[in-house]
Design a protein around this ligand. Structure first.
Ligand code: GAR
Length: 187
């Protein structure tokens, strides 16, 4: 199998990145992680880039042309697929146009509910019965592209944000690799 050269974008912890790296080491998994991009030089996820010897690029989003730098690096590494994994910046139309239907994201809610930030506190506040995560294609609107996979669990009334996050992320580690397999199985 020829694996798709993939770039993972991160901003923080990188636990989804770690999980994708581990899954991608399986010969039958459709992607190879060839590049990691972070907009945060302190992102803990960069540890995995170093540990597994994966090239990484730090992007300073204060500069106007930072997306040009992203695109140049994607081209340099012949990247054909992009996974956003806790990347807390909105991609511009420019980048999305260049990678149409080739960028996916994971979000810690049952989209279209709870788009955006502070997801867990909003879920608790609105006393949701169900929570979960969604993997979706990225389009020009925030957390709005077509869904690839969604995983659900029931919320007990005694759950706090910490438990909700733990339960959600546990499902994310299943959902993200499954979504990637699903995309390439049908392509
Ligand atoms: C994940 O839970 C992901 O769903 C969320 O950030 C976390 C990153 O964790 N993404 C978003 O909220 C995007 N809107 P990680 O860095 O440990 O993978």
């Amino acid at each position: 199998m020829v694996k798709k050269k993939t770039c993972v974008f991160i901003s923080g912890q990188g636990s989804n990145l770690k999980n994708l790296i581990s899954r991608s080491r399986d010969n039958n998994f459709p992607i190879k992680i060839s590049l990691i991009i972070s907009n945060n030089k302190k992102a803990r996820g960069l540890f995995y880039a170093k540990k597994y010897n994966i090239p990484y690029v730090l992007i300073n989003t204060k500069f106007n042309n930072y997306e040009n730098k992203i695109l140049l690096n994607l081209r340099k590494h012949k990247i054909s697929f992009i996974c956003l994994a806790g990347y807390m910046k909105i991609l511009s139309k420019f980048l999305i146009k260049n990678y149409k239907k080739k960028i996916i994201n994971i979000h810690p809610s049952l989209l279209p509910k709870f788009k955006g930030l502070n997801t867990f506190s909003r879920i608790i506040k609105s006393k949701e019965i169900k929570a979960g995560c969604t993997v979706h294609f990225v389009n020009e609107k925030l957390d709005s592209g077509s869904k690839i996979i969604q995983k659900i669990f029931f919320v007990n009334s005694n759950y706090d944000e910490k438990i909700l996050k733990l339960k959600t992320q546990k499902l994310e580690y299943k959902a993200y690799p499954e979504a990637i397999i699903r995309i390439f199985r049908y392509n």
